[in-house]
Write a protein that binds this ligand. Structure first.
Ligand code: BEZ
Length: 207
């Protein structure tokens, strides 16, 4: 099965370094940043795990729980996390799935045989409190992810949900937002103070 935006994120139970979790119950009413990486004790992954831990307050501020995954064991996670904390000057406190039988990796399409037959690639799933998949990104093994972009996407999705707007290229919080095509200019003017019509299909407003 190949997952698509808007699908319900498949539920599962799996081991982590803190014990077993049932995914939907663990997620509760939060957003989830679910991300896979190829293997413990590897350099790019070490920086990504460290960055996720360093950004704990930024994720919490947005109501987002991080959840990692690799195909290594809980015992290996525990040992490797010591290295992550030491080298990245942080305290990693979020769970990392120990997907040794690749059950969850297969369920979420995280194994890309062109990259590796056995290890998961760098997948990202942003999942909303209704358990819907709102964003999917796939990075190759050699490229560490950009965490500014991950937070930016979460900000954009949450702003869009709250105000019924869209966001343009390189948008960041505080920038003008876009009135989506489904909203008439008349309705947009009732809803927002300033609506700038650049073209009938290109309309900006400030929140
Ligand atoms: C890494 O995380 O450093 C890595 C893992 C697999 C292939 C290349 C890099």
């Amino acid at each position: 099965m190949s997952l698509k935006l808007g699908d319900t994120a498949p539920d599962f139970t799996a081991k982590t370094q803190f014990g077993d979790i049932a995914f939907h119950d663990w997620a509760g009413d939060n957003w989830v940043y679910f991300f896979s990486h190829p293997a413990d004790f590897t350099p790019v992954c070490t920086t990504e795990m460290g960055r996720t831990a360093q950004l704990a307050k930024e994720f919490a501020k947005r109501g987002v729980k991080p959840l990692g995954l690799s195909v290594d064991s809980p015992e290996e996670h525990v040992e490797w996390i010591k290295d992550v904390n030491e080298t990245q000057h942080t305290q990693l406190e979020f769970p990392i799935l120990a997907d040794e039988d690749r059950k969850v990796s297969e369920l979420y399409g995280m194994i890309h045989p062109g990259e590796s037959e056995t290890a998961s690639v760098r997948s990202v799933f942003i999942i909303d409190p209704n358990k819907k998949i709102r964003l999917m990104m796939t990075y190759p093994m050699s490229v560490g992810r950009n965490f500014d972009e991950i937070l930016r996407v979460i900000d954009s999705l949450q702003t869009a949900d709250k105000y019924g707007i869209a966001t343009g290229a390189d948008w960041k919080p505080g920038d003008a937002v876009i009135v989506p095509p489904s909203v008439s200019t008349e309705d947009a003017r009732k809803k927002f103070d300033n609506v700038e019509v650049v073209k009938p299909y290109l309309r900006y407003t400030n929140l």
